[in-house]
Design a protein around this ligand. Structure first.
Ligand SMILES: [Zn+2]
Length: 97
């Protein structure tokens, strides 16, 4: 398990403070939680699962919080629905209307 820059006591303290979960998606598989750090400042940020650490933050948002805020807004309010009205990819025959 990766515990870069933390003693095992510090890791366990942090893990307990996070309720044994990934700080973002709440994943609980303990073996999956790695120490996340800022690649620019090398500051230790917290414990994250591989998906949140490697894909969501690093690949997807590239550590930009404003991107993640916009992503949350996007999923809660589709731009296409704002402009075009609610619309699905199929023709609606399965919708029962
Ligand atoms: Zn996660």
């Amino acid at each position: 398990m990766a515990t870069y820059g933390l003693t095992s006591e510090e890791y366990n303290l942090l893990l307990a403070a996070q309720g044994g979960r990934c700080a973002i998606c709440q994943e609980t598989r303990r073996g999956n939680l790695a120490v996340d750090h800022c690649h620019r400042t090398e500051a230790i940020r917290g414990l994250l699962c591989a998906r949140c650490n490697g894909q969501l933050l690093a690949r997807g948002a590239r550590d930009r919080p404003e991107v993640l805020r916009r992503a949350a807004d996007y999923l809660e309010s589709y731009p296409a629905w704002q402009v075009l009205g609610p619309r699905y990819t199929h023709d609606g025959k399965d919708e029962g209307e």
